[in-house]
Write a protein that binds this ligand. Sequence first.
Ligand SMILES: Cc1cc2nc3c(=O)[nH]c(=O)nc-3n(C[C@H](O)[C@H](O)[C@H](O)COP(=O)(O)O)c2cc1C
Ligand SMILES: C=C(O[C@@H]1CC(C(=O)O)=C[C@@H](OP(=O)(O)O)[C@H]1O)C(=O)O
Length: 378
Amino acid sequence: MFRLLTAGESHGKSLVGMIEGFPSNVAIDVAQINKNLARRQGGYGRGGRMQIEKDQVEILSGIRGGKTLGSPISFLIKNKDYENWEPYMNPIDVDEETRKVTQPRPGHADLTGVIKYGFSDIRNVLERSSARETAVRVAVGSLAQQLMEVFNIEVHSHVTAIGGAFLPEKIRDIEKIKIAETSEVRCCDAEIEKAMIEEIKSAKEKGDSLGGIFEIHITGVPMGLGSYVQWDRKLDAKLSYALMGIQAIKGVEIGYGFQNAQQEGSLVHDEIFYGEDQGYYRKTNHAGGIEGGMSNGEDIIIRCAMKPIPTLYTPLKTVDIATKEVVLATVERSDTCAVPAASIVGEMVAITVIAQEFLRKFGSDSLEEITKRWKNCI
Ligand SMILES: Cc1cc2nc3c(=O)[nH]c(=O)nc-3n(C[C@H](O)[C@H](O)[C@H](O)COP(=O)(O)O)c2cc1C
Ligand SMILES: C=C(O[C@@H]1CC(C(=O)O)=C[C@@H](OP(=O)(O)O)[C@H]1O)C(=O)O
């Protein structure tokens, strides 16, 4: 079981991550981390900031000669944009009155953040509440992903809805889902992809924004991660907690969660079969691979709903916190839609939870120890 902390302001010098409890002797490919960072920066609908940044991880500790040491892993991801923001973001010396932000954006952390922490400048809030922070969680997830790949556990995702454009069918063929990797909006259906892009174009023209839904599939997860014995050990609870922790995620569904609620049990529960070769198995997976708070050996399937981006180029009404006058909300440079980017964050956050629970079950000192215990169990 490992824990993680992230730090860093969006336009500060750097983002920082620290992981404690990651096992030793795991081979780490930095190129794979950077590939995931690049995937998170992509997707149709992103704003100008992504033209400035080219996220790359710099490992500071915990890895030697390409293998983990079991000691805390720390790393940074530089913010290239800091050069442009240094006068406003220098940790020691800034002119607090220049470019003060006082017009809170509905839907963002701005208003409650300044009141909660006692600020007169919304910049003090938006810098940390920004989803720039998710780059760190993607880097952490990339380490978890590399550990899980040793045990044939893989994570994939695809975007199933953007605004009013959505995939009408539920796709359960992982090879089809992988096609999303080549799509600008990470959708695996060419027609729906076109409709999604049109939705984003039209929102952008209007100065509006969009949300959507993405789906995560995790394959190869053995039976028994998580537990039914205590509420806070349930795998579905842990996954939803972590995924809800991603900025703008407002709904998490396991399997056919909401649709199951509208059907009779006989149509919902996945019948149990046994075969000499595969052991226990199911012919359906309405449960999304989790029963009783434990992985049941089927693919884990999770959907996440993302609300529309709060910053609007055609802004909504708000109240200026300095004058208390009704004004239009601040327009910070912004994405129009970041559902494709969020799907990468979702993948990496989900695989982090799976890795944590995997280590809880199979031990967490060295890769060799974990492998022995895993082999005894499968
Ligand atoms: C990948 C990603 C990119 C985002 N980009 C923006 C953006 O450009 N502008 C914005 O206002 N919000 C953006 N958001 C959403 C805000 O960060 C989020 O709505 C805000 O922090 C308030 O938190 P909440 O929505 O969880 O309540 C983004 C979220 C994600 C996951
Ligand atoms: C920087 C990232 O996303 C940012 C998330 C974000 C927000 O409010 O969440 C606002 C925007 O920041 P900026 O005003 O600097 O353009 C996005 O670009 C990123 O994903 O790396």
